[in-house]
Structure formats: structure tokens, C-alpha cells
Design a protein around this ligand. Structure first.
Ligand code: PGA
Length: 248
């Protein structure tokens, strides 16, 4: 049985003061539920939020990391630093990082390997652009991103990977993939894993959908058999909305 995972990706939103306020409002959302809940805050808020989440079932995630443990990488944050303050999850290869910050399948691959070695669970984002979908090559694109991203990752770690299928045209646009399309793509992703690593691993891996998930569409999305959770941007920034998402 795969445990559903609802993860909030706050992106570059909320000051530390705002982050503390929001997390105080939502820290109880994972009580009395079988759903796993994660909030991925900006780096600067992780320490403060971590303190608040100490007695909560809500887990803490970062939105990115460097693959090295330490060194001369000005402006970067390492997996060791994240682990030290109680971070459990880290988003890797979000399309905004691929688009604006030169994230490539190669850097994604290094980060995934490093995350596992340091005891962090990666939430790895994949997804096609609108142009790619319109040309009918979305499967090829996503397959490539996945196989390059996880190339050489030790199989013992793989069951803990979370994949987030986020069609780029659906992120922050209010357009969602139809729940059937999302289910179909996620089933396809599971099949890629099955072909390469076998059925056991493919059945254990959680694959989320992301892209304009809101309180009014979360139930339909979560009712799809292949979809194990949601990675949510905009709707994770308001306590009431986030609560509704967890209660899908
Ligand atoms: P959105 O963002 O929910 O605002 O579309 C999702 C994401 O980018 O992870």
C-alpha cells in the first residue's frame, strides 16, 4: 500500500515571519490521517519551521540542494546542512529550476544520488512543455528525464524516491491535466520503472501529480488509481486551502 503524499512547494513565497505564522496554522493537519504531509519552505525559513514541526506529523522539505557536502560553492546549501536541521525531503529538478537556473538531467542525477546518501528523500520533478505535448512527444521527454535522473542510483534507495509528474503548461496557470491524462502519464512512468527495475520497486514508488492542484480538483485527482499524491504550489500558501488538500 502506497501512502499518499501531499507536499506544499512554497517556492519563493513567505518571509520567515509569514512562514512561521502559516506553519503554526497547519502543523496539526497530519494528525488523525493516513496521508503523509510535507511543506517545502524557502531555505531561510527551514530552521524556524523545523522547530515548530518538532511535535508535529508534518514533515519538512527543501526546494533544492547542492550535491556536495561542503566547499567553495557560494550561495549554495548542502545535504548535510539540510539533514542537520531535520529536513526529510528535498525537491529536485523542479521545472522552474530547469528553466531559469540551468538545472539539467545530469545535475538532477548528482543531486538524487547525494540526497539518498545523506538520508534525504528526493521528490524528483519531471514533465513536458506545452509545445512538446502538442507535438506528441511527452512520453519520450518524461522517459528521458526519469532514466537520466535516476541513472546509477543504487536500487536499495529507489523505493524511497518520489516522482512528481508536473506538466509545465499546468504549473501556476490554472490549467490542470485532466485527471485521466495525469493518471495515464503516471501509469506510464510506473511502467518505465517496472521495465528497468522490476515490479516490486515500481509498485512501491510514489508518483505525484503537480500543476494547479486546488481544493476543488484534488478529490478527482487523488481518486485516480495511479496517482499517489500531489505537489502543490499556489494552493499550499493558504492554511484553509492546504487543509482541504490534505483532507481530499
Ligand atoms: P502550482 O505549482 O500548484 O502553483 O501549479 C505546482 C508546482 O510547481 O509544484
Amino acid at each position: 500500500m502506497r501512502i499518499p503524499l501531499i507536499a506544499g512547494n512554497w517556492k519563493m513565497n513567505k518571509t520567515v515571519t509569514d512562514a512561521i505564522e502559516l506553519v503554526n496554522e497547519i502543523k496539526d493537519v497530519a494528525n488523525n490521517t493516513d496521508v503523509e504531509v510535507v511543506v517545502c519552505t524557502p531555505f531561510i525559513s527551514l530552521v524556524g519551521v523545523s522547530e515548530i514541526l518538532k511535535d508535529s506529523n508534518v514533515k519538512l522539505g527543501a526546494q533544492n540542494m547542492h550535491w556536495e557536502e561542503s566547499g567553495a560553492y557560494t550561495g549554495e546549501i548542502s545535504p548535510t546542512m539540510l539533514k542537520d536541521i531535520g529536513v526529510d525531503y528535498v525537491i529536485i529538478g523542479h521545472s522552474e529550476r530547469r528553466q531559469y537556473f540551468n538545472e539539467t538531467d545530469e545535475t538532477v542525477n548528482k543531486k538524487i544520488k547525494s540526497a539518498f546518501i545523506h538520508g534525504l528523500n528526493p521528490i524528483v520533478c519531471v514533465g513536458e512543455t506545452l509545445e512538446q505535448r502538442e507535438s506528441g512527444i511527452q512520453r519520450e521527454i518524461v522517459k528521458n528525464q526519469i532514466l537520466k535522473g535516476i541513472d546509477g542510483v543504487e536500487e536499495k534507495y529507489l523505493k524511497n524516491i518520489v516522482i512528481a509528474y508536473e506538466p509545465i503548461w499546468a504549473i501556476g496557470t490554472g490549467k490542470t491535466a485532466s485527471s485521466e491524462d495525469a493518471n495515464e502519464m503516471i501509469g506510464y512512468i510506473r511502467n518505465i520503472i517496472k521495465e528497468k527495475y522490476g515490479e516490486e520497486i515500481s509498485e512501491e514508488i510514489r508518483i505525484q501529480y503537480g500543476g494547479s492542484v486546488k481544493p476543488n480538483n484534488v478529490t478527482e485527482i487523488m481518486n485516480q488509481v495511479e496517482i499517489d499524491g500531489a505537489l502543490v504550489g499556489g494552493a499550499s500558501l493558504k492554511a484553509d486551502d492546504f487543509r482541504k488538500l490534505v483532507d481530499f
